[in-house]
Design a protein around this ligand. Structure first.
Ligand code: GAL
Length: 422
């Protein structure tokens, strides 16, 4: 605890920079509560949180973990509630935020304490990739603790459904993908499963990347990028063609992924949190057999690029239990915490020194690709665009789902970029 207090003393905030008065932390049974805010309530993803919580509780008998998770994949509901809590100066003690533009938004809004002292104390700059630290820093100050790296551009598929449809291998290009979707359709199965609206934006980012390639995709987020170009138009036409094969929208990403695991659907484009859901034992996951019940490949056209995102935890200004939050951040930053969390979450650790033997099956592929692939930032999961920009993109995609008007979608995305590009 001395080191934690040391952090406060050396200017990490200590409430001095807090935006509001700090009510005492709630306590239960004499223990102080630490309110941890995330959106990991659903099957699969909650398992990762549970595993890290266990370590936190073992190491911190004086604190009670209070799970303030708000349901809804990709945090669509959680982030709206969080915004109102931040505005009302009643933040949770720590909250989940994506590295990149999303986190930069919280930093610029003055919501977060600087964690540089914690980084120095735990020598964290040595264990996290420098590019990742850059994504969570402003003017040399570091504002969150990344727990993982997720991959967005994964094509999940059911091998038996592909076989039945005469699709010999996972499609590598968009053309091959369209041909495979058509073959599955002819067999009467759902060619492509989709979930709630955000999963459609998630699909769109992989199709943009798969059509444009990593360099042109990354250029879309630079000032002055041309979203009205013919290339973006071609990518969106591909997206529209693929969407013609989508099944009925499911409530969230889990039921859409489940259609693949159950053999009702052939394909689903989803982040690798789906791996945790497919693979984890039945209490939290589906307990499915890798390579038999489900298999994976890079989303068509995206091989060699890791469309990445990273979940990180923060210390909001005005946290009621600041010391408790720091204790959580220490577990989240630790090798032990990350090696408990990630194999269940379906992600690879943000730390470079994790125990590689724990990452088998899909996760071994992910570790290998992460070390060699080009990088592109996810749109839906906070890397490439900030929250207002994402909201405008989601709105354009939402309108597209109703209208199927590709030109209007492109114009909507171009307007979103003009209004929000930094
Ligand atoms: C992402 C998040 C992942 C996973 C996913 C589905 O935004 O980074 O950890 O939870 O949403 O909910």
């Amino acid at each position: 605890m001395a080191s934690v207090l040391g952090l406060a003393a050396c200017g990490g905030g200590g409430g001095g920079t807090a935006t509001g008065s700090q009510a005492p932390a709630a306590s239960s049974g004499g223990k102080q509560q630490v309110e941890v805010f995330s959106w990991w309530t659903g099957p699969g993803e909650a398992d990762g949180l549970k595993a890290m919580r266990k370590i936190f509780e073992e190491q911190n008998p004086n604190y009670t973990f209070f799970d303030a998770a708000v349901a809804g994949g990709s945090g669509d509901k959680a982030k709206a509630l969080l915004q109102s809590k931040l505005q009302a100066n009643t933040p949770p003690d720590t909250f989940q935020g994506h590295a990149g533009a999303e986190l930069q938004g919280y930093i610029k809004a003055g919501n977060l304490e600087d964690l540089t002292a914690l980084y120095d104390e735990l020598k964290l700059k040595d264990v996290f990739p420098a590019q990742l630290v850059e994504q969570i820093s402003v003017e040399g100050k570091i504002y969150s603790v990344p727990v993982n790296i997720h991959r967005s551009n994964v094509l999940w598929f059911n091998p038996a459904v592909l076989k039945e449809a005469g699709v010999a291998a996972a499609p590598k290009t968009i053309e091959e993908f369209l041909a495979a979707l058509e073959k599955v359709k002819a067999k009467g199965k759902i060619p492509l499963s989709i979930g709630s609206e955000w999963t459609v934006t998630h699909l769109m980012e992989s199709v943009l990347l798969g059509t444009l390639g990593a360099d042109a995709y990354n250029a879309l987020f630079k000032p002055g990028a041309d979203w009205n170009s013919a290339q973006v138009g071609a990518a969106l036409t591909n997206f529209a063609k693929i969407m013609e094969y989508a099944g009925d929208p499911q409530d969230d990403w889990q039921p859409a992924a489940k259609q693949v695991a159950d053999g009702q659907a052939a394909f689903n484009v989803m982040g690798d949190w789906a791996y945790g859901y497919f693979h984890n034992p039945p209490e939290g996951g589906l307990g499915k057999k890798s390579k038999t019940d489900f298999d994976w490949a890079p989303a068509p056209g995206t091989e060699g690029t890791y469309l990445w995102l990273s979940d990180s935890f923060t210390l909001p200004k005005g946290a009621k239990n600041r010391d408790g939050a720091l204790a959580w951040l220490k577990v989240a930053a630790s090798k032990e915490g990350q090696d408990a969390f990630n194999p269940m979450k379906g992600s690879i650790p943000a730390r470079k020194d994790a125990d590689q033997s724990l990452y088998t099956d899909y996760l071994a592929d992910a570790l290998k690709d992460w070390s060699g692939d080009k990088l592109a930032g996810s749109i839906q999961h906070g890397v490439a665009v900030n929250q207002p920009w994402l909201a405008a993109i989601n709105e354009a995609v939402g309108l597209y789902i109703g209208s199927k008007d590709v030109k209007a979608l492109q114009q909507g995305l171009a307007d979103a970029a003009t209004a929000n590009a930094q």
